[in-house]
Design a protein around this ligand. Structure first.
Ligand SMILES: [Zn+2]
Ligand SMILES: [Zn+2]
Length: 160
């Protein structure tokens, strides 16, 4: 990944150009605005962190950069520049799985609490089941609500 669109901010129109046009249209303007504003935050965080994993111990084997919420999403942390941190996929996963403490390049230390804050897979699974059930064997389009739900699920998996 080159992160080109994060180095040089593109317009909202251009951003959604790379999406399947039907999907982008079906999102509706509200969800589009939200996704685009999160993209802008991500640009700023990645640029501030110089496109580098901020884990001091990072072995740089993995270069897939992700957006980490310093105050976790589940604790009310927002998708903002101040609450954002660039971590590579590997360090990010390790930290969330509490495999290691996180020591940042700037010296800050974060110790993952032992309490399990796993995703509610049961709930997600049942949500997905509802979607599957409603489209099963039917030759019809997925509704806007269903798309939002899928996207919500998708972002929950990848944008921790
Ligand atoms: Zn890393
Ligand atoms: Zn995270």
């Amino acid at each position: 990944m080159t992160y080109e669109i994060y180095r040089k901010i593109v317009s909202k129109e251009k951003y959604f150009d790379s999406w399947d046009s039907v999907t982008a249209t079906n999102l509706g303007s509200q969800l589009q605005d939200q996704i685009y504003s999160e993209y802008l935050v991500k640009c700023e965080v990645f640029q501030r962190d110089k496109f580098t994993c901020q884990n001091k111990e990072c072995k740089k084997e993995c270069v897939d950069l992700t957006f980490h919420h310093v105050i976790f999403k589940e604790d009310g942390g927002l998708y903002t520049v101040n609450n954002g941190l660039t971590l590579c996929d590997k360090c990010h996963k390790n930290y969330h799985r509490a495999k290691s403490a996180l020591v940042l390049l700037d010296g800050r230390v974060f110790q993952r609490l032992a309490k399990s804050t796993k995703y509610n897979w049961k709930k997600l699974k049942s949500e997905m089941k509802v979607i599957r059930k409603s489209v099963k064997g039917q030759n019809r389009e997925i509704t806007w609500d269903q798309i939002s739900l899928i996207l919500k699920w998708f972002f929950d998996q990848f944008e921790k």
